[in-house]
Design a protein around this ligand. Structure first.
Ligand code: HEM
Length: 538
């Protein structure tokens, strides 16, 4: 095993300060006292009781007793790697984000790939969404792009997330099933929540069983906002594209791999990096001018919709290479804390109700998962940018901040001060979007169209891809014990395409369903370039 740093990049050099690399291999206690014997506890006579005063024995067992922390509430199983990102060109026209200004300038990254549903010890090759989370250690602070390998999501509003996850996770009484999402509660929820239909099309496709993390796309999913130095905003969707191409397993392979090698994807990533076959991904963006916010048949704030690439092409802006495995799974891959609200100057949010909820959830969960408010000081989470706050105390505080910690302050002379009206370059300022409205719990009309883009997805598939989707629906729904749920789900599919619904129904021994005429469908002629301003498509 490697010890000490390779001087790889700034992040690696920073991590080196935290790596245990002692001069000798003599065992010590936590207090640095050398230990005489770590195999035999101190006892009163050869056959006597163990003595409490054996502090090494107590410390060793106590530390072991406290080794486990809660696993992530979702995305518990994951694999991480370090690397770097470099832009192809300056994006200064759209964003002042420091790491996107200079072609070729490298920014260190840490990426964690994950499954969503299973616990930490579950198999890699289950049918599931994959997480694709990237932490950019930029000179102006950490930026996290916390994405998935599908460009859409199951729900439109984060308030539904606890319900969704409860339906997806194991049953509360017997903790089954642990593998694929084939069970009554998941399909009950999705059949009653037709906004999940577009995502279900992706989930039943081969995209949900990637052959390798090196051969998987990533998407930021939400519409975000770039902001340039003049304060002009541009809507942006992020896309990662693997240079090895997108490759999937077929279902039988996935099931065999889950049995024979549950670490199939994890091993593949680790071994590829160890052997120097370092995975590369291209970052692309879809850019939409602010004046085109309402030019689409769907709402840009609706995370169950894509922006079709025929409408707004993906523009490649840079590449990422993953070239270094972590040295300690727990310290790095387990303790890494991604958060959609970790943004840097030049990148901001939109009012996507799913994103807004995420911006609350990640920090909240990490406060319990990582034991208090100081987890940003953990080596993997530590920014390369200087950190100087007025936060104080809390579990695990590792910074010795001299003097007082309040602002304004005329006594200490050295407390962190906000930028105020001083030099604002490199300072994060929230985008000054105009907002007006009544407090309501309704969403805009186009949020009710749950099927048009599911149909678009189905129509874009080749025959063999369609066959795999039909087989997947038949397999998964075949496990559902409630006839009512199966019928309702197949009824929803009738709105996607008659061929799909008919084929799935036939496989389940159900009559071919007819679409319900009362269901809203805004099936969009809209998406035409005439709807966009001249600058709309970049
Ligand atoms: C974890 C992506 C929606 C709450 C994650 C991770 C990813 C991810 C990639 C794993 C991060 C890691 O590797 O450590 C997404 C995407 C979403 C989405 C792309 C939709 C577009 C949501 C929503 C919520 C949520 C709506 C809550 C309202 C969480 C929580 C974790 C998590 C609590 C665990 C974080 C931790 O313990 O560090 N998500 N997620 N996610 N997500 Fe999401």
């Amino acid at each position: 095993k490697r010890r000490g740093h390779d001087g790889h990049d700034d992040k690696d050099r920073q991590l080196d300060d935290f790596r245990a690399a002692p001069e000798s291999d003599a065992l010590t206690t936590d207090q640095g006292v050398r230990v005489d014997d770590t195999d035999n506890a101190l006892r009163a006579g050869e056959r006597g009781p163990t003595l409490l005063e054996d502090f090494h024995n107590r410390e060793k067992i106590t530390h072991f007793d406290h080794e486990r922390i809660p696993e992530r509430v979702v995305h518990a199983r994951g694999s991480g790697a370090y690397g770097h990102f470099e832009p192809y060109e300056s994006l200064a026209e759209y964003t002042c984000a420091d790491f996107l200004q200079e072609p070729g300038r490298q920014t260190p990254v840490f990426v964690r790939f994950s499954t969503v549903q299973g616990p930490r010890g579950s198999a890699d090759t289950v049918r599931d969404v994959r997480g694709f989370a990237t932490k950019f250690y930029t000179r102006q602070g950490n930026y996290d792009l916390v994405g998935n390998n599908f460009p859409v999501f199951f729900i439109q509003d984060a308030i539904k997330f606890p319900d969704f996850v409860h339906a997806v996770k194991m049953e509360p009484d017997n903790e089954m099933p642990t593998g694929a999402s084939a069970h009554d509660t998941f399909w009950d929820f999705c059949s009653l929540q037709p906004e999940s239909t577009h995502m279900l099309m992706w989930l039943m496709s081969d995209r949900a069983i990637p052959r390798s993390f090196r051969m998987m796309q990533g998407f930021g999913v939400h519409t975000f906002r770039f902001v340039n130095a003049q304060g002009r905003g541009t809507f942006v969707k992020f896309h990662w594209k693997p240079l090895l191409g997108v490759n999937s397993l077929v279902w039988d392979e996935a099931q065999i791999a889950a049995g024979r090698d549950p670490d199939f994807n994890r091993r593949d990533l680790w071994e590829a990096i160890e052997s120097g076959s370092c995975p590369e991904y291209e970052l692309g963006v879809q850019l939409v001018a602010e004046e085109d916010e309402h030019a689409f048949a769907f709402d840009l704030l609706d995370a169950t919709k894509i922006i079709p690439e025929e409408q707004v092409p993906v523009r490649p802006i840079g590449r990422m290479v993953l070239d270094r495995n972590p040295q300690n799974f727990f310290a790095e891959t387990e303790q890494v804390a991604f958060h959609t609200a970790n943004v840097v100057p030049g990148i901001d949010f939109t009012n996507d109700p799913l994103l807004q909820g995420r911006n609350f959830s990640y920090l909240d969960t990490q406060l319990i998962r990582l034991g208090g408010p100081n987890f940003a000081q953990l080596p993997v989470n530590r920014p390369l940018a200087d950190v100087y706050t007025n936060h104080r105390d809390g579990y695990g505080q590792q910074v010795i901040q001299p003097g007082d910690s309040y602002f304004p302050n005329s006594l200490s002379g050295g407390c962190p001060a906000h930028a105020g009206s001083g030099d604002l370059s490199g300072v994060f300022r929230h985008y000054q979007e105009s907002v007006a409205g009544e407090k309501v719990r309704v969403r805009s009309e186009s949020f009710k169209d749950h099927y048009s883009q599911a149909t678009l997805f189905w129509n874009s598939m080749s025959d063999w891809e369609k066959a795999h989707i039909v087989e997947a629906f038949r397999f998964e729904l075949g496990k559902v014990t409630s006839d009512e749920v199966r019928e309702r789900m197949v009824g929803n599919l009738a709105h996607v395409h008659g061929d799909l619904a008919g084929a799935v129904a036939a496989g389940l021994g159900l009559p071919a369903p007819q679409p319900d005429p009362t269901v809203p469908s805004l099936s969009s002629p809209a998406l035409s370039q005439e709807n966009l301003s001249a600058e709309g498509i970049r």
